[in-house]
Design a protein around this ligand. Structure first.
Ligand SMILES: C[S@@+](CC[C@H](N)C(=O)[O-])C[C@H]1O[C@@H](n2cnc3c(N)ncnc32)[C@H](O)[C@@H]1O
Length: 169
């Protein structure tokens, strides 16, 4: 059984009491890596950016600062309750599995989103279609070679976070 099928539907609902801590932890762990990667990839001044599955919006806010006054950023999430406003940030509730992606973007980013969604093939196609000519699509997901989901659970600091957030169909 594939990893995606074991996690149907998406198990880490943003309405969960632990969701804010979950997003804080992801941000602290991964934002420096993501930001370094984006800086090495493209200059975003004046660009139109799209952040999908934005979580608490830490990268969306980073993008909003990077694009400057002439740029724009759209942050989409199926439950965007944790995303704080920013003058250059449009925030929208959006289900990547069914909703069309409007607009044309110079930079699109998705981190730890597609691996959760079994429908990621068509979603990837829609993301590519939403790129402006010469645009960049950056997708970041866990890659754990030669490990199973059970290894990952065993490697967690305690079983409690796994029990709180996992759903096995
Ligand atoms: C593991 S979190 C990652 C959040 C953020 N991208 C990060 O790396 O910090 C996955 C995010 O994707 C969102 N998500 C899950 N399914 C989605 C869907 N079908 N459409 C849009 N967003 C979705 C969740 O609400 C959650 O905020």
């Amino acid at each position: 059984m594939s990893l995606a099928n074991q996690f149907r539907p998406y198990p880490l609902d943003n309405a969960h009491t632990l969701a804010a801590r979950h997003h804080q932890a992801l941000s602290a762990l991964l934002d420096p890596i993501t930001i370094n990667r984006i800086h090495g990839l493209v200059s975003l001044a004046g660009k139109r950016c799209l952040e999908v599955g934005a979580g608490a919006g830490s990268i969306a806010h980073f993008l909003a600062e990077e694009v400057g006054e002439r740029g724009t950023v759209t942050a989409l999430d199926i439950n965007p309750i944790h995303i704080q406003p920013h003058p250059r940030l449009s925030i929208a509730e959006h289900d990547l599995t069914v909703d069309p992606i409007d607009g044309s973007y110079d930079f699109i980013h998705a981190r730890l989103v597609l691996s959760h969604l079994p429908e990621r093939g068509p979603i990837l196609y829609r993301l590519i279609q939403a790129l402006a000519p010469g645009g960049y699509l950056l997708i970041e997901d866990w890659y754990i070679p030669d490990r199973t989901i059970d290894d990952m659970v065993i490697a967690a600091p305690s079983p409690v976070p796994c029990q709180n957030s996992s759903h096995r169909g």
